[in-house]
Design a protein around this ligand. Structure first.
Ligand code: DGL
Length: 277
């Protein structure tokens, strides 16, 4: 039986990247309580199959529900691309149809309508997100006139996770993929950073991106969309507790998580270990 009383908002990511989304959510909605869960022991998800990402994400969502969350944000593009739809359609009705799971792709895509003038957009993401075609499909649903090109950047997450995102090695891989994407169509005027780790690479991405090409980041968009969602759904808003707390959980060791989490959050945090199965 899942707890019925109001609880925190759950934020799930394969690892650390969702912390960039969590920070923006907390900035926009500081009054709520949050639980952040990173499946660091099994990250990255970017190269994993649909089946594995779905299975792992469902385990995490179930655990967050058991911990009292009524609303869970999948703050991970790969999980949003590969697991969200199945969980919403097939699992939620059996688990508790009043609970909700939201992802990061829809709010990102919604913003594009007013951002691109040339109606040509580039997506930079993990191999899993690019292969899933979730972005082009979602963009086509909302804005059929926008054309989309994707560039998988498999080295970018490891650069961040190994704290090499400021180093000279990062320049090589960032220039390679920015040029790779923009070389696919010269009319691209908007690049979407469709992976939660990429905001840490922003200064270098900007450096290699010509002026006039806009770079869209997700954190603020997801936060604004969540704010809007809570205003439009008072029945869910009432089920989210307000105490301004945030508890962190990881499937990795606590010491490893808190060391790298400080890079993302610019402050030390306390974290607890849990096992997902
Ligand atoms: N959080 C993932 C995403 O946004 C990146 C890390 C991973 O591959 O697990 O796609």
């Amino acid at each position: 039986m899942l707890p019925k009383e109001p609880g925190p908002i759950g934020v799930f990511d394969s690892g650390y990247g969702g912390l960039t989304i969590l920070s923006e959510i907390q900035k926009a909605l500081p009054e709520y309580d949050y639980i952040y869960l990173g499946d660091n022991a099994r990250a990255p998800y970017g190269m994993r199959s649909f089946e594995m990402v779905y299975e792992f994400t469902l385990q995490a969502v179930t655990r967050l529900f058991e911990m009292g969350c009524h609303l869970v944000i999948l703050a991970c593009n790969t999980a949003s691309a590969k697991a969200l739809r199945s969980i919403q359609m097939n699992d939620l009705p059996d688990m508790d149809s009043s609970r909700r799971v939201l992802g990061v792709i829809r709010p990102t895509v919604e913003s594009l309508g007013t951002v691109t003038r040339s109606r040509r957009v580039g997506i930079m993401a993990t191999t899993g997100t690019i292969d899933s075609e979730s972005y082009p499909l979602e963009i086509c649903k909302l804005y059929p006139d926008i054309r989309v090109w994707g560039e998988a950047c498999p080295m970018w997450v490891p650069l961040v996770e190994n704290n090499e995102y400021n180093g000279p090695g990062a320049d090589y891989f960032i220039q390679k993929h920015v040029n790779g994407l923009l070389g696919k169509n010269e009319g691209i005027d908007t690049i979407v950073l469709a992976c939660t780790h990429y905001p840490l690479l922003l200064p270098k991405i900007r450096h290699y991106t010509p002026d006039g090409v806009r770079i869209v980041m997700q954190g603020e968009l997801v936060a604004m969309s969540l704010k809007d969602y809570l205003q439009r759904h008072p029945e869910m808003e009432r089920r989210c507790t307000k105490g301004g707390t945030c508890y962190f959980y990881t499937t990795e060791t606590e010491s490893k998580f808190s060391r790298l989490a400080a890079v993302f959050l610019h402050k030390p945090i306390e974290v607890s270990h849990l096992v997902l199965e």
